[in-house]
Design a protein around this ligand. Structure first.
Ligand code: ZN
Length: 460
């Protein structure tokens, strides 16, 4: 029984773990490297043709974004995930493929002029369609099933995004039994749409994320207050609010929150809200299809004649001409646009039109990895490079971590407690300072902690 690490080991992105046990080879997640972790290498570091199963914890790109590459390189096994993850992953991968094709064409034009070799997109839409065809069984929370002889699998609610899961594998190999749990991304408690994460099941081996291993978030209520103040102050200054938004979950949570503010008459008059992300718009439709995956409170709001994702003054701007029209608005707009870490997408245009204006504000509501534009702005850059120009950062910058889809330190420790006293705990998916801090906390509780490096392999 062996476990090896092929991503999110010494970084936050690219989650991908290979479990070799009971005569089979199982991949848990197959995420894309992003930001400072990004690499041009397409080598997974294992023989992918012999992989029989891929289990996907959730539809974020850093957990599923290399799947089409895996398929393109020859994987023909079965992909297993929850029903909402299947729906969301389809649109996330299609979006990623389109961006890659656009990007490689853009770079290609430059290189062609210089007579240099032209890059090829990592994968394209046909690769994504082929990937979706390999989706086999669907997993439902707390319903164990036999993956193959000797391996039972249970998905549990991770409370991170719609359909997100932790995954327990119960393995029997030559009379040895092991319970191995992969946390995926553990959700934050007290969020408006989802249930809190179900604690880890008892396990011998835990593979846990450590994104916020060194700090706790402000409470959700305090964060909502901060959010309201940032919006009101921006309105008073006569500027716009730009919110770099992850298309899954965060966009819907913000709509939900803005809907509540609007119902309570707390939004400034004449506020216009733009959901300027085709991906987020489609994801919002998918949320409506899976009310049973929402918290009981959120579910109640989807009654006849009521929809918590609507409010007066809200526009969904799907096509790019509608998006460009927003550039002409100088005040009273709240613009939700991707990408969440401002590494690309329409939010770059809105930053170009608002970042240099002291009356506007930019509100960051999620994790920003090292090396991303969001992180540079959060860390206090005076100028940032946008579309080949230096743009001054004069807008008000707020970071509201209480909206994070990730558990904070106490949340991670709380989730972990359910595992009992595992023999080994592997910490992944965290920058060094976070991972080290969480490792120290766990070691103080007597845990044996490993901090695996990329491609490191461990017998279990
Ligand atoms: Zn995630």
């Amino acid at each position: 029984m062996d476990l090896s690490f092929h991503g999110a080991a010494g970084g936050v992105t690219g989650s991908c773990y290979l479990l070799e046990a009971a005569g089979t080879r199982i991949l848990i997640d197959c995420g894309l490297f992003q930001g400072a972790d990004a690499t041009e290498s397409h080598d997974f570091g294992f023989d992918l043709r012999s992989i029989e199963y891929v289990l996907i914890t959730h539809a974020h790109l850093d957990h599923c974004g290399r799947l089409p590459l895996l398929v393109k390189q020859g994987f023909r096994g079965e992909i297993i995930l929850t029903p909402p993850t299947r729906a969301l992953m389809g649109i996330v991968l299609a979006d990623a493929a389109s961006l890659q094709v656009e990007e490689s064409e853009r770079i290609g034009r430059h290189r062609r002029r210089e007579g240099k070799p032209v890059p090829v997109a990592t994968y394209d839409l046909p690769d994504v369609f082929e990937t979706m065809e390999l989706v086999g069984r669907l997993a439902h929370y707390q319903q164990p099933f036999e993956l193959c002889p000797g391996v039972r699998v249970t998905f549990g609610d991770a409370g991170h995004i719609l359909g997100s899961a932790w995954i327990l594998l119960e393995i029997e190999e030559n009379g040895v039994q092991r319970r191995i749990v992969f946390s995926g991304d553990v959700g934050n408690r007290d969020r408006p749409l989802l249930n809190p994460p179900t604690p880890a099941p008892p396990a011998d081996v835990v593979i846990m994320e450590s994104t916020y291993g060194e700090r706790n978030h402000k409470t959700f209520d305090a964060s909502v207050q901060e959010f309201k103040e940032a919006i009101l102050q921006t309105a008073q200054r006569g500027g716009n609010v730009v919110i770099p938004t992850f298309a899954l979950e965060r966009a819907q949570e913000l709509l939900f929150l803005l809907h509540e503010m609007s119902e309570a008459d707390e939004l400034p008059r004449h506020t216009r809200v733009f959901l300027d992300s085709p991906l987020a718009i489609t994801a919002t439709e998918i949320f409506r299809r899976f009310p049973e995956y929402l918290s009981p409170d959120a579910r109640k709001q989807f009654g006849p004649g009521s929809d918590p994702f609507t409010l007066p003054g809200l526009r969904f701007t799907r096509d790019s001409a509608q998006s460009r029209e927003i550039n002409a608005i100088s005040s009273g707009a709240i613009i939700l646009a991707g990408s969440g870490m401002a590494t690309g997408g329409r939010v770059l245009h809105h930053l170009k039109y608002n970042l240099w204006r002291p009356e506007s504000s930019v509100i960051f509501v999620g994790f920003a990895a090292l090396g991303t534009l969001a992180r540079r702005i959060i860390d206090g850059a005076q100028y940032v490079r946008l579309f080949g120009e230096d743009v001054q950062v004069a807008a008000h910058i707020s970071t509201i971590n209480g909206f994070s889809a990730h558990a904070d330190r106490d949340g991670l420790l709380g989730w972990y407690r359910g595992s009992g006293s595992p023999r080994t705990t592997f910490l992944v998916h965290g920058e060094d300072s976070s991972r080290n801090a969480l490792a120290t906390a766990l070691e103080q509780q007597g845990a044996h902690v490993e901090k695996p490096l990329l491609l490191q392999r461990f017998p279990l």
